[in-house]
Design a protein around this ligand. Sequence first.
Ligand code: BTN
Length: 227
Amino acid sequence: MPVAFDVRRFESIDSTNTWVLEQARSGAPEGLVAVADHQTAGRGRLGRVWEAPAGANLLMTVLLRPAVVSYRSLACVALAARDACADVTGGAVTPDLKWPNDLLVDGAKLAGVLAETDGAGAVAVGIGLNVAWAPPGAALLGADVRRDDVVDALLSSLGRWLEVSDASVASAYRAACATIGRQVRVSLVDGEEFDGVAADVDDAGRLLVEVNACLRTVDVGDVVHLR
Ligand code: BTN
């Protein structure tokens, strides 16, 4: 059965991810979507803050209840966001994906995706996408783009990706992922840093990095594309 999306809109909220996780714990069904004009406590990966001026950017979270919790949910939302950007700009902007969760335009960050679980099978996948405002050094989709059009295009593409096999999602993610094949600097959560060549993303969504002819598997971390 295709997912039916139920979009709730907020002028101001602490975090759309927090709200969706609360609804998930109360039994909300897959397809619940929160879209906010402004967040007072927006979260990024690894405990970071995610900020944007009111009314400027896309701030949304989708509740998914996958058969198996995996990186598939994040990959589907990232691929759908990429499709939506191409759709609303008439093909002018088709972002690359950067492992694990960014969308890039000409190497600059356009969007970030944050997937969080409620520990009981639900996944809240949030996306912050710079439509009309970007922090210094980041990319913009375009001040003339309507955020509602991005929401509609994203959900319509997401509905399709959610119907696609795991193998096809994984192969589309790899094909769109600009990290693969790049010289990268990896920073792990324990503070270790190393350089290598990103060889692949495995079926569990981990980055495989070739370092001195050995493959290192990265579960969680930050990556900088060096060249
Ligand atoms: C990242 O790149 O660190 C991920 C950023 C994810 C931000 C979005 S904005 C909508 C949703 N609600 C949140 O609190 N975070 C995500």
